[in-house]
Design a binder for this molecule. Structure first.
Ligand code: ATP
Ligand code: MG
Length: 594
């Protein structure tokens, strides 16, 4: 199992995929399948005990890029269902395309799935697979199709083939090579494999129906010649299976029961079923074959999820690499301070559906806020500092304020935060001439310094750029009578002589448009120029020891994480994960901050 079954209150709401699985479990549709301990043809499983996994799902990325937030939806879905129904979920690299696939991507995908907290271990076995391990079987199956007159070698050029394919309203026409004998096809296919032909001169096609209303059933290509080295099989092959042929076979060999994919594959389902039925008839794969079920892919506003565009952002240096905290990759989200639990919550909340739609980015941010609120200890940090001098506080005096680590979690305890005559406060917490409704520091007004004293502003000194105030020694938080002076404003601070100054990166959305590149616009024109601001902030001293990936709430600001890459021991660099509330597009900062 991919982990302990989830408690019922954590489990997802019902949906059409769950209904399908539950009805298959009730009817015992897959109960008779055997599992020979590893993926393979029917003979590998024959005579073995029945499959200990009640269902099998898989997450099948192509290792040609980094995983993104859309993949997280698919990962949470596939691994989550296996977990909930006593099944197993396989991590399978769909590496049937020799170009563009690289080890770097394989490693980053493994790291991302692990980071999300999922495991492909089940009953002591590791279900990490590579489609390229099935090349021998795929080739063998293709020869069997040829022998059964279900496939033929076509020697038309790509253009000629296109011309015969027909349209949505017109049927296609048979290729003149469609009537080649099985013997001739076999001979040609073997020569293709031996490297006797140039790329593009021949393809192997399934022999189905050129008049089918579904264009995908008009004799789709299943093998092509590609004289390219593969990241795992090297130069062993110069013919490679097409995705539509390879994918159903990968599922069948791995005993997958429910093969979940995005909606654009709906029209491929008849071919998926056609192929597996032929292979089952020949006794090559077990029955019943897996079934494909489609769901809507994730579209998120303000985000691009196409690999092509993500590659462009990296290559054009619009961002600082694949794991730039503004990137929608999981590696980026991790550095940004987003959490695996936040992603799981998000996946549950958006659910699965049969219709494409857009999810608002703020839904994801809210999920992160919700989880970070639970797990992030509170700290004080001044991001835009100005000095506050307490004129009647002794120069040499120092004391501690007792500050709770989490207001709703008394068991997290309190810490001692040093307090002294000179403090850093936020520049926006002072106004020489207050605007209407402003109740923080301005001459003559009183505020509470959180966990400290009530102070009254007495002015501002231009030459030293410092706000001046006087404190009331009887008002220290936590002491009797502290509440006698009522104030409206409550601001945070950091003792200047104890502060730790650190780099903080204020990240915002990477794109300013909800649908980047909509219409004919170049999506790069929609980049938000202020998506990254680097500042030097003044932090309470405890933050100096923050370890890489430690997350905090900076009071009144939002959630921050010590950057994974750039933090040094004793010298953390922080990234803003998300603000406390959604302020996108609002020019006025909510006054309730004060
Ligand atoms: P490409 O753009 O290269 O086709 P892809 O985004 O489809 O890439 P794959 O590596 O083929 O990437 O995807 C692996 C799995 O993740 C597939 O099963 C796919 O359905 C799923 N997936 C990809 N993008 C999304 C998305 N936006 N929402 C939900 N699932 C997705
Ligand atoms: Mg794909």
């Amino acid at each position: 199992m991919s982990g302990p079954p989830r408690k019922p209150q954590e489990a997802s709401h019902s949906n059409f995929i769950r209904s399908a699985i539950e009805s298959d479990l009730a009817s015992g549709k897959y109960a008779a399948r055997a599992w020979g301990g590893k993926p393979g043809a029917a003979k590998v499983h024959e005579g073995a005990a029945s499959d200990p996994a009640k269902i099998r799902t898989r997450f099948p990325p192509e290792p040609n890029g980094y995983l993104h937030i859309g993949h997280a939806k698919s990962i949470c879905l596939n691994f989550g269902l296996a977990q909930d129904y006593g099944g197993a979920c396989h991590l399978r690299f769909d590496d049937t395309n020799p170009e563009a696939e690289e080890q770097e991507y394989v490693d980053s995908i493994i790291a991302a799935v692990r980071w999300l907290g999922f495991s492909w271990e089940n009953e002591g076995a590791s279900h990490l697979y590579y489609a390229s391990d099935y090349f021998d079987f795929m080739y063998h199956a293709a020869e069997c199709l040829i022998e059964g007159d279900h496939a033929y070698v076509d020697s038309l050029s790509a253009g000629q083939m296109r011309a015969l394919r027909g349209t949505l309203t017109e049927p296609g026409k048979d290729s003149p090579y469609r009537s080649r004998s099985a013997e001739e096809n076999l001979k040609l296919f073997r020569q293709m494999r031996e490297g006797k032909f140039e790329e593009g001169t021949h393809v192997l096609r399934a022999k189905i129906d050129m008049a089918s209303p579904n264009i995908n059933m008009r004799d789709p290509a299943i093998y092509r010649i590609r004289k390219a080295a593969h990241h795992r099989t090297g130069d062993k092959w110069c013919v490679y299976p097409m995705y539509t042929y390879a994918h159903p076979i990968e599922d069948a060999l791995e005993n997958i029961t429910h093969s979940l994919c995005t909606l654009e594959f709906e029209d491929q389902r008849p071919f998926y079923d056609w192929l597996l039925e032929r292979l089952a008839q020949d006794g090559l794969i077990q029955r019943p074959p897996p079934q494909q079920i489609e769901f809507a892919r994730l579209n998120l506003t303000y985000v691009v999820l196409s690999k092509r565009r993500l590659i462009q952002l990296v290559e054009d240096k619009r961002v600082d690499g694949w794991d730039d905290p503004r990137m929608p990759t999981l590696a980026g989200a991790r550095r940004r301070g987003y959490t695996p639990e936040g992603f799981k919550l998000f996946a549950e909340r958006i659910g699965v559906s049969k219709a494409d739609s857009w999810i608002e980015y703020v839904v994801l941010e809210d999920c992160m806020r919700e989880h970070l609120n639970e797990v992030a200890p509170r700290r004080m940090a001044v991001l835009d500092p100005v000095k506050l001098v307490i004129e009647n506080y002794p120069e040499s005096k120092e004391e501690f304020a007792e500050v709770p680590n989490h207001p709703q979690k008394p068991d997290w305890g309190k810490r001692q935060v040093p307090f002294s005559r000179e403090l850093w406060i936020e520049r926006e917490d002072f106004m020489e001439t207050p605007s209407k409704g402003y109740f923080r520091l301005f001459p003559g007004n009183k505020v509470r310094l959180r966990y400290g004293y009530v102070v009254e502003c007495v002015g501002y000194d231009k030459t030293t750029d410092s706000v001046r105030c006087r404190y009331d020694p009887d008002t220290k938080s936590g002491t009797t009578g502290a509440e006698k002076v009522k104030v409206k404003g409550n601001i945070h601070w950091v003792s200047a002589k104890h502060a730790c100054s650190a780099g903080v990166r204020l990240y915002d959305r990477l794109f300013k448009a909800p649908h980047p590149g909509a219409g004919d616009r170049d999506f790069l024109q929609d980049l938000y120029p202020d998506s990254k601001k680097t500042i030097t902030a003044q932090l309470e001293p405890a933050l100096k020891q923050a370890k890489a990936e430690e997350r905090f709430q900076f009071e009144r600001h939002g959630y921050f994480v010590a950057d994974l890459k750039d933090s040094q021991p004793g010298r953390p660099v922080f990234n803003r994960a998300v603000t406390l509330r959604d302020s996108w597009g609002k020019t006025e900062k909510p006054e309730s901050k004060g």
